[in-house]
Write a protein that binds this ligand. Sequence first.
Ligand code: NAD
Length: 494
Amino acid sequence: MLTQAYPYPFAGRPLPCLVGGELVSHGRTFENISPVNGALLATVTEADAALVDRAVRAARAALRGPWGRLSTAERCNLLRKVAERIEQRFDEFVSAEIADTGKTLEQARSLDIARGAANFRAYADLATARGSECFEMATPDGRGALNYSVHKPVGVVAVIAPWNMPFLLMTWKVAPALACGNAVVAKPSEETPSSAALLAEVMQEVGVPPGVFNLVHGFGPGSAGEALVSHPDVNAIAFTGESATGAAIMRSAADSVKALSFELGGKNAALVFADADFEAAVSGTMRSVFSNCGQVCLCSERVYVERPMHARFVDELARGARRLKIGGPYEGADLGPLISRAHREKVLSYYRLAREEHGEIVCGGGVPAFGDERDGGAFIEPTIVTGLAEDARCVKEEIFGPICHVAPFDSEEQAVQMANATRYGLTAAVWTSNLQRAHRVARQMEVGMVWVNDWYLRDLRTPFGGVKLSGLGREGGMHSLAFFSAPMNICVKL
Ligand code: NAD
């Protein structure tokens, strides 16, 4: 039943760090556990502060070496080779990602790993095509001057990634950072080290010079993460993860005034108007609530439906949720496990809280029983709740699991007000067939990204990020290139 279609690439060997072109696999280790059945997948080399320091020094040295002298075109050609090599080793990447996360084979193939390769190609193309500013100016002597800007790298960039889409989110930052000529020290989540370890191999295989891409494994506080973000010689931090972690990183980074780009948590709303295409709104909301077992920062955890459609919508959503097949990655399931038993405990605590806060659990609310090794995993039931007050903790706090609260609204103004009544501001989905309303409501959402009549439709050139507690700055397209570059103006007297 749990047939593993592709062998796990690190079976029987510890996952190494990569520092200055050297694979390091001695010292302290921690365990990488399968969320599918609780089995030990591999041990992982944990970088201590000394190894992180070596990685940062290696990155600094690489900037002064051949890497620093490559043209943008040469650098980007190397990144295209990284994309090609990921595609050649596609099944290994898929297997690594699936082993760490338990996500479905279909998603790992079509989204996570495919996008990982696409990130390198997209940023290679964008960086190659980028121009620069030029301003002619008058001078008192009439000769004039010419200002032009050059894009220099920021320097040593720390990339810190979460576990929900490990490879997609790490490459989303590593690719533009390298395209802009920086050197990177990357730290994947302690829950999902494997695809990053394969990326380290790929970097070596295609000839990325030593020190340009360094990989350190470990945890946050008191481990590799904290050592990296507080290192005085790191110039910029690109981080995706929880809002509270972003705040902690900001404090660590303050002393050396590092540039920060943060993609943080969300408590996203979907607004379904009574004039929406009912089937499309239900199936889109199913996707926006349950994709990746609800572990996507863009997922909707608050669904607001115009009152005349509310009861029918809840019924249909619950019918869909009950039909979802829960299971392991190679079983054609719709819903894999959560990332870990610890995260399942957190999500289950919200299932309990929803009852305590007088919500009605329309479906789900517990843990499935399989009667086989999957009972040792982190599976959980998709859950729909109604009847909570708008100030209930379940409506206010990010849960990051397959759960949503569905509430009715009576007017467009009320819908907008409810959607915006949160400290987060990442995404919103608006379902309506009224074109004017679509534009009007979309604009009023206090978020970084709105989808109208869809969800998670992504063009990599568009700005990506959030407002309020959901982030700082924008990535995507030229926004990423701007963050990872330090423009320098050169003024030439004519
Ligand atoms: P997390 O904040 O617990 O961990 C993220 C990373 O930060 C991990 O690599 C972790 O080891 C590291 N870390 C933790 N504490 C640190 C510290 N003090 N210093 C340095 N590094 C530290 O997040 P997670 O649980 O891995 O991911 C889930 C969260 O990420 C959710 O809140 C989700 O909404 C958010 N997320 C946001 C986006 C987005 O684009 N906005 C995308 C995906 C996930």
